[in-house]
Design a protein around this ligand. Structure first.
Ligand code: GLN
Length: 318
């Protein structure tokens, strides 16, 4: 029986069903793999799965291993895009990155050479997010990273957010592919100045450590078009949130975004540490962690859980 046939309010139904849906999805974990190309990420627990849901009044509930701390990785790209838009405006940003999905993996640089003028296809693939890092305002890499961190703290209403230094160092020491991509972007004229400094901003924002509660709160701000519904504080211009949410639908789950749009139908962004940030627009912010990944780099159990939730609650926007 789905919620549509159930005689209770949506929130209560969700709260009641979620622990059981989560345990069913957890069975997927064994078929996934924890990311290991950033060595430090391979220490994450394969069987973990947690979720945090928050509504516009601040009501919340959690299930599973929702207390687990993890790094944002690619989820951070949504918010650096928003900060770059706020710092520079739309024209400057879309001079450096495109608006189209690639159909390639998140770390592919194939189209940078194949398709002229050689700018990254969108801001959520690695090449695009590295280009976006170069657009964050600030006099030095440290100042840029500090502005990003402060912005993330504001959006999560969590002043204690900070970097996981071991993951930061682990990525900086092993990022040959991202590094080659960044130098390629410099040669194409997309990046200016010192490439290592741009990469340092990128590695820092990927290594910001969060829990599902932080992701849920950040998602809630997007779900309400840039104004936090709990405090009424206006944080991001609505037209930029619209851009970010559209990218989340078309590119947020890497080259599985089409399938995710069909099976779940919500704006979402995943990261290789196993996090997923998603929302039911106008209703809920949702944060998920499940470090076991499917071959495309999305949390295998997290995606399964969202498929169940969306189907049972009839959440698809489409
Ligand atoms: N920091 C990671 C990388 O550059 C982010 C990628 C991801 O989460 N997909 O590879």
């Amino acid at each position: 029986m789905t919620f549509a046939h159930h005689n209770s309010n949506e929130w209560d139904y969700l709260k009641q069903q979620l622990p059981q849906w989560l345990e069913q999805s957890r069975e997927q974990c064994g078929s996934g793999k924890v990311a290991s190309y950033i060595p430090e990420l391979s220490k994450a627990p394969l069987e973990a799965l947690g979720i945090h849901v928050i509504d516009s009044k601040g009501n919340l509930f959690t299930a599973g291993n929702s207390e687990l701390a993890f790094t944002m990785q690619s989820i951070s790209k949504v918010f650096t895009l928003l900060l770059a838009l706020m710092d520079n405006g739309k024209d400057v940003v879309f001079d450096k990155v495109g608006m189209e999905p690639t159909g390639d993996s998140f770390n592919s640089m194939l189209k940078l050479e194949l398709v002229q003028p050689g700018i990254p296809f969108n801001p959520l693939i690695n090449a695009g997010a590295i280009a976006i890092s170069s657009l964050i305002a600030g006099g030095s890499p440290a100042e840029k990273s500090e502005r990003v961190l402060q912005f993330f703290r504001k959006l999560s209403f969590n002043d204690t957010l900070t970097y996981d230094q071991s993951v930061y160092r682990s990525e900086a020491d092993s990022a040959d592919l991202n590094r080659s991509m960044a130098y390629f972007l410099k040669d194409n004229g997309v990046l200016k100045g010192n490439v290592e400094e741009v990469l340092d901003v990128y590695f820092h924002h990927c290594s910001i450590q969060v829990t599902c509660a932080d992701l849920g709160r950040m998602a809630l701000v997007l779900a309400f078009d840039g104004t936090d519904p709990i405090t009424g504080i206006h944080l991001i211009p609505r037209q930029y949130v619209q851009i970010a949410k559209t990218f989340m639908v078309t590119c947020g789950m890497y080259n599985a975004s089409g399938e995710f749009a069909i099976e779940v139908g919500l704006p979402a962004k995943s990261g290789v540490a196993g996090g997923i940030l998603t929302m039911v627009p106008g209703k809920y912010g949702i944060g998920i962690i499940g470090p076991a990944l499917n071959p495309k780099g999305n949390s295998i159990a997290g995606v399964h859980l969202l498929e169940t939730m969306s189907r049972e609650m009839d959440w698809s926007l489409f």
